[in-house]
Structure formats: C-alpha cells, structure tokens
Write a protein that binds this ligand. Structure first.
Ligand code: PMP
Length: 308
C-alpha cells in the first residue's frame, strides 16, 4: 500500500491529489501528439524564483499553440504557491524543487466516449532537483557534444515556445550520448549555428565578452535572461549572434544555463578543451557569484554538497 502522507501532491484540473491518483487519460492530446505546453521554475531555499517571468513565457507558449487553460496566470501563480506549500515538508532542508505548470489541449470527445472531460488538462506539479546526479558537473564542468541532428527550424515549429514535444531534442541527445554517455547535447541549426540543449542555453566567452545564440533560434531561457541582466550590471559585454563551431573551438570559456543548473561551466566541446580545459574561467566565475547572490543561494555549494 502506498504511503499517501509521504507522497507529493499535484494539482490536476481543479483538485489537489496525491501524484499516484493524478492520472491522465490516454486520449489526452499531450500523450497522443505532444499537444501542450509547460513551464518550470525552481526554488532557492524553498522559495520560487522568477515565477512571474516563467508564467509570462508560459502564457506566450500557450498563445502560440492557441491553448486556453481556462485560468489566468495570477491563478496559476496562486496554485503554484499552494502546490509548493503542500509539498515542502517532503523536502530536505538543503534541497530544492522544480515547480512546473502544464497545459494539454486535453481530450476531444467522440460519440460513445465516456471521458468526463472535454477541454484542457491543467497540471501544476513539483519535483526535487537532481542535485546529486549533476553534482560532478560543478566540480569538473560539462562536456558538450553537437550531434548531427539539427534543431527544428523556427519556420517549422518555434523553439521559443516551451511545448510538450521534445522529440527533436531527445533524438539529438540520444545521439550525443552514443558518442559520450556523460556529455550534454547542444544542437546546431540547419546552417551549423549553435542553438541549445535539451534543457539549456549556451554562452561562449571570447576576449572578455559573452556570446549567445539569437533568441529566434532558442527557448528564451529565464536563466539566460538572468545572465544577460547580470552581464550588463557587471559591465561584461554581451552579444546575441550566429555562432558556429569555429566560435566554439576558439572560445576562452563556455557555460550552460537553465533553471536547474543556473549556470554551469563547459570544459569540452566535441572532445576539444574549451580554453585551458578547466572549469570556471574568470568571466564564468564572476557571473556564477553574481547569480548566486541574486538568487540568495550558493547553488554551486548546494550541488557540491551531494559529492559527500
Ligand atoms: N532550452 C530548452 C529547450 C529548455 O527546455 C530549457 C529549460 N526550460 C532551456 C533552454 C533553459 O531555459 P530556462 O533557463 O528558463 O530553464
């Protein structure tokens, strides 16, 4: 028998239920077609970070797909806070959660169907961050591989929307893992420009300046925006542009950003060392420190704790 008191609570279509009871019918269109969108923030010291910006991006993803969740973003913010509140007692004091909002186009009923629902499926959930699994990256840095599978072009499906369809990124990451099981994929676009990874944006540093792929080609990461903001504050020049493998090979430093990573150094791209091949060059270090200060959490120490 499952121990309901130790089970996380999830919001599903108006109700707060244990995760094991939050079941989505197989005719749900996110299951059938990936027809839905989501967003995901994280907590620092158990408090959500930039929830508003995440929900603004979520609203844009939903508009792009023509999806009406039947709830305002303010209501989704309240529900997110409530989901977090109901689950905090399950979290170790040093750990943190992802908090995610998901909307599927749901079920379209056909004659004879017995589904109760016709319309969107709305979920708000949380999950502990994979701190232990990723801890080594904060000591040793991340190895990046650029697979042959190219990022879906924005004319086909815009990467700026965070949809439930991650197949392009999943296929590419599987390819990267076949080359190096511990590496992270960063996809190129059809013209060979760096784009993004399965859940991360990339930055290069050259001659003290930051370079990052153009927003049209990637998900505009909230952590990417934080880094751009911090760079401005620290007077580090930052430019969006078309970056290719030459730029990667000649970079002095590189790092990935994401909600869960915040900012994590890259030490190798396609087997070639980035700069001197060691993590935390001067610009990466300054931005890491500034990010931690802004978030009010030394996330590097939080990850490294898990190395024991
Ligand atoms: N690109 C993709 C495809 C992602 O899924 C994510 C994770 N949301 C990111 C970039 C990084 O975005 P963020 O900093 O908002 O987590």
């Amino acid at each position: 028998m499952s121990d309901l008191a130790n089970e996380r609570i999830v919001y599903l279509n108006g109700r707060y239920v244990p995760e094991s009871e939050a079941l989505v019918p197989f005719r749900d269109r996110s299951f059938l077609y990936g027809d839905g969108a989501f967003d995901m923030t994280r907590t620092f010291a158990h408090r959500m970070f930039r929830l508003e910006q995440h929900l603004e991006r979520f609203a844009r993803s939903l508009r792009y797909l023509g999806l009406d969740p039947g709830l305002s973003m303010a209501e989704l913010a309240d529900i997110s806070r409530e989901v977090l509140r109901r689950n905090l007692h399950l979290l170790d004091e040093h750990d943190d959660y992802w908090v995610g909002q998901r909307v599927s186009r749901g079920i379209r009923r056909f004659p004879g169907d017995r589904w109760e629902q016709d319309g969107p499926t709305v979920i708000v959930e949380c999950m502990p961050l994979p701190l232990a699994e990723r801890a080594l990256h904060y000591r040793d840095g991340i190895r990046v591989v650029t697979p042959a599978t190219r990022r879906t072009p924005p004319d086909a499906l815009s990467p700026r929307a965070k949809t439930h369809n991650y197949l392009n990124l999943i296929v590419a990451e599987r390819e990267a893992h076949a080359q190096d099981a511990g590496a992270w994929a960063v996809l190129l676009d059809e013209r060979g420009h760096l784009c993004e990874g399965l859940g991360s944006n990339i930055f290069l540093v050259r001659d003290g300046a930051l370079l990052t792929p153009r927003e049209r080609m990637v998900l505009p990461g909230i952590s990417r925006a934080v880094v751009i903001e911090l760079a401005e504050r620290l007077a580090i020049p930052c430019r969006e542009g078309d970056l290719d493998l030459y730029d990667a090979a000649t970079a002095d430093e590189a790092f990935l950003t994401s909600t869960s990573l915040c900012l994590c150094p890259v030490v190798q791209i396609n087997g070639q060392p980035v700069g001197d091949g060691r993590p935390y060059g001067p610009v990466t270090r300054r931005l890491t420190d500034a990010y931690a200060e802004l978030a009010g959490c030394d996330f590097v120490a939080q990850y490294l704790r898990h190395l024991g």
